[in-house]
Design a protein around this ligand. Structure first.
Ligand SMILES: *Cc1c(COP(=O)(O)O)cnc(C)c1O
Length: 410
């Protein structure tokens, strides 16, 4: 039997769907809205899905498809769909699953726009969001009923760095016939195997690690084909015809075409390049993050350092089990006050004051006054977003460069 290729080799050597006429080593940017057909018969075949030919770039595009097929081969998924942002991926998933009267079970510890999408955008269409503590499996179980269309979680929450027990959660969702949807942006698929933990649909903001260098926005929907959609009120009928592919069929044949947020070919070109160096950058950035937080723990001027890779962290054991020794390149520190945080940020020389995560450059932000700045103080308290916290995203600089910058700014 042939030996299976490594993660990187699979990405680098994924064949194109069709031989390139010029032997291009990089998948070219197929910058075309539409595609020509030789005959009316072949046109009909493509439009009704009897052939895999491209018809229109809102639906499929060769450059985007190559990006999707590379991700598909490394995740061993049933299907991958690339959208124009992480939020487009999340909204496409929820609109595929939810209908008026449905509910979503999730935590308040969510990326700000995801929270607002659930609590406000979907609420206006009669979809209820039930917030609960996802680290407490009994609470999750008690919030699920026959109208629950999904349990949604972020594998490491931002900026709280909270971790739910995926084995316990997936056992509950499987038993109750509800799909488990996970946002894995913080630890991407080079280090975290979602399928192994019973996740049914994975969503990744490819704006972050995958773009590499903050070149472009993007989002991925990864369907593992491991859920019985007969138990989904909305997908029940599709599941009778298409079985485990029901979600992908509904998404690709209806929802994503109608919402029109497919990834563009230029973005797919950039993210194809980013994907080629994902695992090496992740190794470097998460390794630096672990080393840096270990050093910062010993610095007296910092009230606390929050990174689940530290042995002192409340979630350390679960983090080790689910994400390995180096659980991503995001951490937070707490200082004495909001003023101390602002003073600190203003003095940084190397680390950039910016939002975003997992750029090649290290970044720092005060979440309470920025990402969560328009929420009320009470909301921030509910979301466990403190006025004294600074969030860091670790880039490709050396540990010394970053440590020295932080020390001089303190
Ligand atoms: C950035 C982010 C998103 C949203 O992705 P965009 O590409 O900005 O739309 C969703 N979830 C998490 C955890 C993120 O960090």
């Amino acid at each position: 039997m042939e030996k299976e290729l490594s993660f990187d080799a699979k990405i680098l050597h994924k064949p194109y769907a069709k031989t390139d006429a010029y032997g291009a080593l990089n998948m070219p940017i197929y910058q075309s809205a539409a595609y020509e057909f030789d005959t009316a018969e072949s046109m009909e075949a493509a439009f009704i899905g009897k052939s895999a030919d491209h018809t229109y770039s809102r639906i499929t595009n060769p450059t985007v498809q190559h990006f999707e097929s590379r991700v598909q081969s490394i995740t061993d998924a049933l299907s991958v769909t690339a959208l124009n942002s992480g939020m487009a991926a999340i909204s496409n998933i929820i609109i595929t699953l939810a209908q008026s009267g449905s509910n979503i079970v999730t935590s308040r510890h969510l990326f700000g726009n995801t929270y607002s999408f659930f609590a406000s955008t979907m609420a206006a269409f009669g979809v209820e969001t039930r917030f609960c503590d996802l680290t407490n499996p009994y609470e999750v179980e008690s919030h699920i009923d026959s109208n629950t269309c999904a349990v949604f979680l972020e594998i490491i929450t931002n900026p709280q760095l909270e971790i739910a027990d995926l084995k316990a959660l997936s056992a509950i969702t499987k038993q109750m016939g509800v799909p488990l949807i996970a946002d894995t942006t913080i630890v991407p698929f080079c280090a975290f195997k979602a399928k192994k933990w019973g996740i049914n649909i994975e969503i990744v903001s490819s704006t972050k690690y995958i773009s590499g260098g903050a070149t472009s926005l993007g989002g991925l929907i990864i369907d593992y084909g491991n859920f019985d959609w007969l138990s989904s009120p909305k997908l029940h009928t599709v599941a009778k015809g298409f079985g485990p592919a029901a979600f992908t069929v509904k998404l690709r044949k209806e929802i994503h075409r109608n919402l029109g947020a497919y990834m563009t070919p230029q973005v797919a070109y950039m993210q194809n390049l980013g994907l080629e160096t994902l695992s090496i950058r992740y190794e470097c950035q998460s390794g630096t993050c672990l080393e840096l937080t270990k050093r910062l723990e010993k610095v007296g001027a910092i009230a606390s350092v929050n990174y689940t890779g530290l042995a002192t962290n409340k979630y350390h054991e679960l983090s080790l089990e689910q994400f390995g020794q180096k659980p991503g390149a995001m951490f937070t520190i707490d200082l004495a006050s909001r003023e101390a945080c602002f003073n600190f940020l203003n003095k940084l020389k190397i680390i950039k004051r910016a939002t975003n995560l997992f750029d090649n450059k290290s970044l720092a932000i005060h979440p309470a006054s920025t990402i969560f700045g328009t929420f009320t103080a009470d909301d921030r308290k509910d979301m466990n977003v403190s006025d004294n916290t600074i969030r860091f995203s670790v880039g490709l600089e050396s540990v010394d460069d970053l440590f020295n910058d932080i020390i001089q700014a303190l």
